[in-house]
Design a protein around this ligand. Sequence first.
Ligand SMILES: NC(=O)c1ccc[n+]([C@@H]2O[C@H](COP(=O)([O-])OP(=O)(O)OC[C@H]3O[C@@H](n4cnc5c(N)ncnc54)[C@H](OP(=O)(O)O)[C@@H]3O)[C@@H](O)[C@H]2O)c1
Length: 236
Amino acid sequence: MPVSRSVLVTGGNRGIGLAIARAFAEAGDRVAVTYRSGEPPEGLLGVKCDITDSEQVEQAFKEIEAAQGPVEVLVANAGITRDTLLLRMSEEDFSSVLDTNLTGTFRVVKRATKGMLRARKGRVVLISSVVGLLGSAGQANYAASKAGLVGFARSVARELGSRNITCNVVAPGFVDTDMTAVLSEDRRAEIVSQVPLGRYASPAEIASAVRFLSSDEAAYITGAVIPVDGGLGMGH
Ligand SMILES: NC(=O)c1ccc[n+]([C@@H]2O[C@H](COP(=O)([O-])OP(=O)(O)OC[C@H]3O[C@@H](n4cnc5c(N)ncnc54)[C@H](OP(=O)(O)O)[C@@H]3O)[C@@H](O)[C@H]2O)c1
């Protein structure tokens, strides 16, 4: 019988995050998800939290700790896009994406590792993107934030490895969610034509890699970047 762990998935109320949260819950873990508006999904502990606000992050962790114990597995998944070409990209377009995707991840990882250091164990998985290493026209802000996660994860892996805390990155390719639903049919077809497996991923396929990196089987993997991209980013 596997041990039930206290898990937090940021942005676990929909899309890839929800698939990750459900996968942990199905395996018997106690799972909290952050959400910003509306209702949290049934069967999961919903904590209201905008990761651009340190106070809200602190409050969310207090609620989670009281309800299901200190976070043992953190999945930093929340992220946004604000796509536009470089010459049209405002400083606000750039900094808001960095503030959510990179600094937001820093805020939750910093807070979660406090408890993990005390417990002398923990798992951190950051959701990056194939675009972080491949680059993407119209996504300079997003790609910069996702590439930043790699350097961040590897630094955390070096700092906290001796305390039995692993920190890894999952880099999905194109996944069917609200984030990609905004792309035109032409753009979708163009993307699929470049993916060796010839299709988008399902959110559950990303969740499988995250669950593996958080499992006992992955105890000796840290600082890794695992692509789940149908071969799109091969060579990076
Ligand atoms: N879809 C893809 O093809 C793809 C590919 C590679 C990587 N990714 C990455 O995978 C992650 C999930 O993407 P997705 O496709 O599932 O996106 P999505 O459907 O747009 O969902 C984004 C999630 O992030 C949350 N979020 C955004 N800003 C937040 C903030 N400031 N504070 C707290 N939560 C916030 C959203 O919460 P609300 O419901 O409150 O808005 C939502 O739960 C992202 O990091 C994305 O960059 C996605």
